[in-house]
Design a binder for this molecule. Sequence first.
Ligand SMILES: *Cc1c(COP(=O)(O)O)cnc(C)c1O
Length: 394
Amino acid sequence: MANSHYKAGRHFLQIPGPTNVPDRVLRAMDYPTIDHRGPDFAKIGAACLAGIKTIFKTDSHVVIYPASGTGAWEAALVNLLNEGDKVLMVETGHFASLWHKMASRLGLETEFLETDWRRGADPSAVEDRLRADTEQQIKAVCVVHNETSTGSTTRIDDIRKAIDAAGHDAYFMVDTISSLASIDYRHDEWGVDVTVSGSQKGLMLPPGLSFNALSERAIDASKTAGMRRSYWDWQEQIAANASGAFPYTPATNLLYGLDEAITMLHEEGLDNVFARHDRHAEATRRAVQQWGLEVLCQEPINYSSSLTAVLLPDGHNADDFRATVLDNFDMSLGNGLSKLAGKVFRIGHLGDFNDLMLMGTLSGVEMGLKLADIPHQTGGVATAMAYLSDTADS
Ligand SMILES: *Cc1c(COP(=O)(O)O)cnc(C)c1O
């Protein structure tokens, strides 16, 4: 890189995705790219397609695209919905707003349930809206599980219950891009028709893969429904996947990494992975409270285990603070997005992450608060440390 100089030690990539890629995943990818129509590749393709189902907790099919998460958003919409169909979305924050904008651009008739960006989607608001739709004109309900711009997680099981309580038949689509493999998620049990996800957050991979986990109902309906599409077509994927192949060149080396990441998640155990994220999130919130700063999410039931968004006091710019931390401690923190720009910074504590990495992260934040002259109380790091040692597996 031009104009850069060597910085000793490891950079702290504490944005809420992309996350730190573990050495085991990097090693797994550091292997020659092979013939994606040959027998060796078919074994890897089949292993990834089978393994990823265990992460989504589905017995149905998961489509894997060489694309960012945004591509998988589009795939979900165009395979199942027709132009002019009505979709109900919930404005939990910046990412829900982007998905909403995409749906409008694709010619869907969108309805956006507004929120204040400080909580998750409200199941009773969804239920009320669906009950009022007596002619069942709403074809899909779209919700972001973990809103990465705000650090608020929606209870997907409660949204499922709300759809059922309203007796509504709409498809249920969920974005788990920053929650899969970090926060408990159950595609089949929660009756989700399309779960969208991406590689670069909880799955510990570089950016470049994204996913649609499907329901049987969605697979059947897509045979006759949906918009004009080609690259995103589920049926072509499913047909090729039967022999461990893909309809076009897959991201071969990312699939080597995916296979390894799935193995690692099962070695740790998914429940342990979720508990680790919950514990790190709790330690982080305790530090924030000790600093006398405010966590953006106001509803404890919606606290995110992937990231924590922290509000700075009025008159202090969060981007200046982040620049101070980057310059002095070589740590990247997440920025405030759209209406939160300059007001919040986000601490990513997801992916391949442990207690001492969290302590390093919080130390960088606390030292940065001092250097940037942000009014705060010291002792956040000590508070988090006490919590981690009290709750350590001994
Ligand atoms: C990161 C993210 C996206 C966007 O994914 P890209 O890979 O950048 O296209 C969408 N939704 C959520 C919730 C995210 O966290």
